[in-house]
Design a protein around this ligand. Structure first.
Ligand SMILES: [Zn+2]
Length: 58
């Protein structure tokens, strides 16, 4: 996998991939803890794409 996470659109810090309580992948900023989505994704690449798309849109 060679997808990269873009920086947080709000604070510019690095985001990291995490696993939610329901075992879904989430991406969240390590500084302000904003998340790309609420429910998470079962596919790690989808989680990354969702995060990156969100950064581009804002
Ligand atoms: Zn942030």
């Amino acid at each position: 996998m060679n997808k990269e996470l873009k920086p947080c659109p709000f604070c510019g810090k690095n985001a990291e991939i995490g696993i939610a309580f329901n075992a879904l992948y989430i991406v969240e900023c390590q500084n302000c803890f904003c998340r790309a989505n609420i429910g998470g994704y079962d596919n790690i690449e989808k989680a990354i794409e969702a995060w990156n798309r969100r950064v581009c849109n804002e």
